[in-house]
Design a protein around this ligand. Sequence first.
Ligand SMILES: Nc1nc2c(ncn2[C@@H]2O[C@H](COP(=O)(O)OP(=O)(O)O)[C@@H](O)[C@H]2O)c(=O)[nH]1
Ligand SMILES: [Mg+2]
Length: 514
Amino acid sequence: MAPSAPEYESSLIRNIAVMGHGGAGKTTLVDAMAYIGGATRRRGHVERGNALTDFTPEETDHGISINLAVAPVPWKGVKLNLIDTPGFADFFGEAKAAVRVVDGALVVINAQDGVEIGTEKAWEACEERGIPRLVFISMMGRENASFEDVFQQVKADLSSGAIPVEVPIGSGEEFRGIVNLFSGRAHMYRSGSSKGEYDDAEIPEELQATVDRYREDLIETIASADDELLEAYLEGEELDRERILEVMAAAMRRGELFPVFCGSGESGWGVRAVMNKLVELMPSPEQAGPFLAEGRNGDAVELAGVDSDPFTAMVFKTTSEPHVGELSYFRVFSGTVDNGAAVYNPAHTTPERISHLATPAGERRNETPRLHAGDIGVVAKLKDTHTGDTLCAEGRRLTLPGIEWPATDNSVAVTPKHRGDEDKLATGLNKLHEEDPTFRSGYEPELGQTIARGCGELHLNICFEKLQRKYHVEVDTEDPRIPYRETLTQTAEGQGRHKKQTGGRGQSGTAGFG
Ligand SMILES: Nc1nc2c(ncn2[C@@H]2O[C@H](COP(=O)(O)OP(=O)(O)O)[C@@H](O)[C@H]2O)c(=O)[nH]1
Ligand SMILES: [Mg+2]
């Protein structure tokens, strides 16, 4: 366990999921933010297997994010709790879990490929929760990168409320700076800089017309979100920066405006500006609330995201590793929790103890004596608490709405490769489900097979890799058998009686799944 982490008051916390299509540059961007914010001492790289939020052996082997992971980044006195999520459909359950516990999202889009299926799915998941979103068009330094094209796609495919607050200076190899439309100044990045350092400059002449057009759009859009501001704008008054930000944040919370940024996670260019705006525009836990919970008798209870309300927290991820044991990652929705506290799990009517309370940072855990409302923590060795469960104060039993998992529509039959491994297989399969609720398995008597279900072939294969690494069982897979249905007419003795068909298609496949 690493050294202790500083405590952050609720008003100084922003919980943000980093979402988007696989390969959009999310993990790289999170690593850049952690490095620039001083949370880490060296830059990590996805390909080198040392990015802060891609650390499991399966992730470093495949070079992609498979699990959600938390990166706390201190910036301007605030803590950005970033949750990096995988973008591939196979691991969408992780993105859904992250979206359940954050108050805003940073949607990353690669400037080469634009809006992809994973971008749309991520956007939809945010829409369902009604959380504010900020869009980052990354990889501006790549060949064929186009801010304008991608912005038009965002407007057409995601939301007409998308509005650039920056424009890039050059793209591809020519990408060298960004114009901030609020300040009307250019940031020219220093080549070779590792933390996105820039020189302040005038807007390049050839870009002035474009900047004017975007700037007018931006100011008009913001002004139309607020009557008073609109009036001031129409009367030609200079608009106050603080007031603009306030109006913009409110419009974002209403789901009307989505500011668009650009840059490169790899070089760190444009990353500081995004961090500034996450601090300024994303809601604190209190602003994001109230949160709905269910009381002991099914009554609806509103909880403010503040320390003075009763303690509630949601477990959004469970992992277990050899030598570490089980770890439960949770977000405090209301109240506070102290290390050593006795809490309660209403779903399993079990008391639990918070021991070794910590905040997660990639695979590290930093011990902390207390967490305030809104913060994200991790605790070891809970007795009977699972992903999606609520933890609350013993005296005040409250349950938060759980996590909506994506459908698991891929299935395969499994048998242990080595004789005698049947018990190990059963235990391992259960453990996999514990860590990943979108992986399910069970013996299906109708088929005479043990069936594993997941969100895709890659998902299932990676689950079997984990099974081998952590639980030392290798499996052979085959197609599930087609269920035999007794529909033949009995012809013997000329009886000709139809047997009643049992087990509809929909029911047969789900037997034995919890
Ligand atoms: N040129 C360039 N490559 C990038 C940038 N950001 C990420 N990459 C690379 O693109 C690939 C996918 O990035 P990653 O961060 O894993 O994307 P994720 O799947 O969204 O997390 C990796 O090989 C990164 O090194 C960038 O800003 N510029
Ligand atoms: Mg990733």
